[in-house]
Design a protein around this ligand. Structure first.
Ligand SMILES: [Zn+2]
Length: 432
């Protein structure tokens, strides 16, 4: 506890004692400046961690800078002594020995005395529990997982962009978005069908055998049974563009202009959505951020030729997208466009970051928190790296944003965005 706070807490206690002692006589009023006007209360949670040690909760609001320790059960309550307006921030600051990354959250006045919020913190490391890499401890890096150099990032963050083959062009770098996606854990192994009726060319048994051999390699790396073979006749094929409920279809379309592409269901913003106007508090070029975290319940993979089923890298790459992984140039990966980092099986960093994304999403949903994966990304940037909470893309192809109006009085509460589809084209995937 900082000295200033210790003295103030002490003076509040003394004032209370004086008030009690004076009961029945003339009451002694405590100094109003020493009585909290409210508290910001919350609880931290993290995958695989049930007891917390050295973590400080800090609220900065205007000139106020107040802290409180996080209790072993994760709860905290930071007192504020002055009225608040506009935005404040809450940071969770772990000591160097703690196994979690920091968290960063934007506060609005309704959060003071607004009940207990939950903050999901990312683990600093993840130990892979099964498969090829069982026992491997992998550093978890929220900044690298959200790195927007290749869009979308591994954890699904992106600036709006258009894609033509290999070239991704940022079309709006004032808006930072994320589709944080994964399948509910109880759906595995997912039913997967090579979709003969949905393909415009014949699939031979040897093509199927080659495809499933790649799936087996992928499952050994991920350490669990991801897919099980299904026939399209067993699946519930939905109307509109061909797709199957709670299953994955793999199709060959020789008219496809790219080598491979995937579709998953649009996000359901009712699951978890956060959208805010960043102009009043951010120092970056980003003016809005717009995050949606929701479950996947169908996936379709398309290849432009039957020979692609023999391409281990392409097959696994597209199936990793079906599981919710984006791209990246941050580590050796089956999901990278950066040739020197390319592999044809998921690497330990791929496996651990995909698993942690799923774990963080599950905690978001369980605790109905307004700030989930984003709090970890922002916390790592602000507290650990000393950066602005939201990145600016290092490669800007699109129009440069105009300076924001930093004094705009607009305060937008989080609201539900429109549903977005999510497609990826891997036309120029040039890893090998
Ligand atoms: Zn891709």
């Amino acid at each position: 506890m900082p000295d200033s706070q210790r003295i103030r807490t002490l003076s509040v206690l003394l004032a209370g004692a004086a008030l009690a002692a004076a009961c029945g006589d003339a009451p002694v009023a405590p100094d109003p400046a020493e009585i909290p006007v409210g508290t910001v209360s919350g609880k931290v949670v993290a995958p695989g961690i049930s007891a917390f040690g050295d973590i400080t909760a800090r609220v900065r609001w205007g000139t106020q800078d107040e802290t409180a320790p996080v209790a072993p059960d994760g709860t905290f309550a930071v007192p504020l002594y002055d009225e608040v307006e506009g935005f404040g921030t809450l940071t969770l600051e772990p000591g160097s020995e703690e196994p979690v990354h920091p968290g960063w959250i934007l506060l609005t006045p309704g959060d003071v005395n607004g009940g207990q919020g939950t903050v999901v913190l990312a683990p600093r490391t993840w130990t892979i529990d099964a498969g090829t890499y069982a026992g491997t401890e992998v550093p978890i890096d929220p900044e690298m997982a959200a790195d927007p150099r290749v869009l979308p990032s591994y954890w699904g963050f992106y600036f709006p962009y258009s894609q033509q083959g290999f070239l991704q062009t940022v079309t709006d770098n004032t808006r930072w978005m994320a589709d944080l996606r994964s399948w509910p854990q109880d759906r595995f192994p997912l039913r997967l069908a090579l979709d003969h009726p949905g393909s415009n060319t014949a699939l031979a048994p040897e093509d199927s055998a080659a495809f499933w051999a790649h799936v087996t390699v992928m499952e050994e790396a991920l350490g669990f049974d991801v897919f099980r073979p299904a026939r399209t006749e067993e699946l519930q094929i939905l109307g509109g563009t061909r797709r199957a409920a709670n299953a994955v279809l793999v199709q060959i379309d020789t008219n496809l202009p790219v080598r491979g592409t995937i579709r998953i269901n649009p996000t359901d913003p009712q699951t978890y959505a956060l959208r805010a106007d960043a102009r009043t508090w951010s120092g970056t070029g980003v003016q809005d951020f717009d995050l949606v975290s929701s479950d996947i319940w169908y996936g379709v993979v398309q290849f432009d030729a039957v020979e692609r089923l023999n391409d281990r890298q392409l097959v696994i790459h597209e199936l990793m997208h079906i599981l919710g992984a984006g791209h990246g140039c941050s580590w050796a990966s089956v999901q990278t466009y950066c040739a020197s980092l390319a592999t044809d099986v998921p690497t330990p960093a791929d496996v651990a970051h995909l698993r942690v994304l799923g774990e963080l999403r599950a905690l978001e949903l369980e605790h109905r928190t307004r700030w989930g994966v984003a709090a970890s990304v922002f916390g790592h940037r602000v507290v650990t790296l000393g950066l602005a909470p939201i990145p600016t893309p290092s490669l800007v192809y699109g129009p440069v944003s105009r300076p924001g109006d930093w004094l705009s009085p607009t305060i937008e509460q989080p609201r539900l965005p429109e549903s977005r589809g999510f497609t990826l084209e891997d036309g120029g995937f040039a890893g090998r």
